[in-house]
Design a protein around this ligand. Structure first.
Ligand SMILES: *[C@@H]1O[C@H](CO)[C@@H](O)[C@H](O)[C@H]1NC(C)=O
Ligand SMILES: *[C@@H]1O[C@H](CO)[C@@H](O)[C@H](O)[C@H]1NC(C)=O
Length: 209
């Protein structure tokens, strides 16, 4: 499936608005890329989104980019949560500037960087970047995903089952993702919001899981 960056940016903006609206403002406790699975499930449930839909929509992380501040905790997580070589790759990327952008999918990473840190993953690097597919689920099972909120899906029995299901069947994910997008698009915008789409996609993308 091909989706332009602009479409995805709009999607993420909607998703962000939806999730933010689910949380009372006074609580000041936003859904976050460091969240654990139960909190993610609760946030989605507030908008009548299921565990399966959480897993489906998380697959959007097969494209796009984030910033180091959004996954700082990942750089010190143990080997059972993130492949150490990939952790080193992320550390290297984050050492290259002040909170630099990093692609969500190792597939879209510079070939030379992958070859240096995670030579076993060079076959995942593709010439065409930002291709929306089910590679997120393969990466997740292999523990080479950027966010704690990605990894944490593996710690929940039902969510893990769906991660495996979508890793095995990309066609199924394409179909279900399209359905979930439609459902997402039907959600009302939060009260008081004009539903404007941000010019800087990363401004919210890095903040929300
Ligand atoms: C969730 O579903 C319930 C029951 O169908 C409905 O009353 C409620 O308005 C829904 N909430 C949202 C945010 O769509
Ligand atoms: C994958 O999903 C598609 C779409 O739902 C379905 O038609 C197909 O039978 C599934 N393939 C396998 C191997 O289960």
């Amino acid at each position: 499936m091909r989706l332009s960056a602009a479409v995805l940016c709009a999607l993420v903006a909607v998703q962000a608005a939806v999730l933010l609206a689910a949380v009372p403002a006074a609580q000041a406790e936003l859904p976050d890329s460091a969240d654990d699975v139960h909190k993610l499930i609760a946030n989605f449930a507030r908008k009548n989104f299921t565990v399966e839909e959480l897993v489906i929509l998380s697959g959007a992380h097969s494209i796009g980019q984030t910033h180091c501040s959004s996954f700082a905790g990942r750089l010190s997580e143990p080997a059972d949560q993130i492949v150490p070589a990939y952790r080193e790759l992320l550390k290297y990327k984050c050492s290259q500037g002040s909170n630099p952008p990093v692609v969500n999918n190792v597939r879209d990473e510079d070939y030379d960087v992958v070859a240096r840190y995670t030579p076993g993953f060079t076959s995942r690097v593709r010439k065409v970047s930002d291709y929306l597919d089910n590679s997120y689920y393969h990466n997740n099972l292999a523990k080479i995903v950027t966010f704690h909120s990605d990894w944490t899906l593996l710690t929940h029995k039902e969510a893990l089952g769906h991660v495996k299901e979508y890793a095995e069947n990309g066609t199924l994910w394409d179909e279900d993702f399209a359905d979930s997008l439609v459902k997402l698009s039907k959600l009302p915008m939060p009260a008081g919001s004009k539903g404007e789409i941000r010019k800087k996609c990363s401004a919210i993308n890095h903040r929300l899981y």
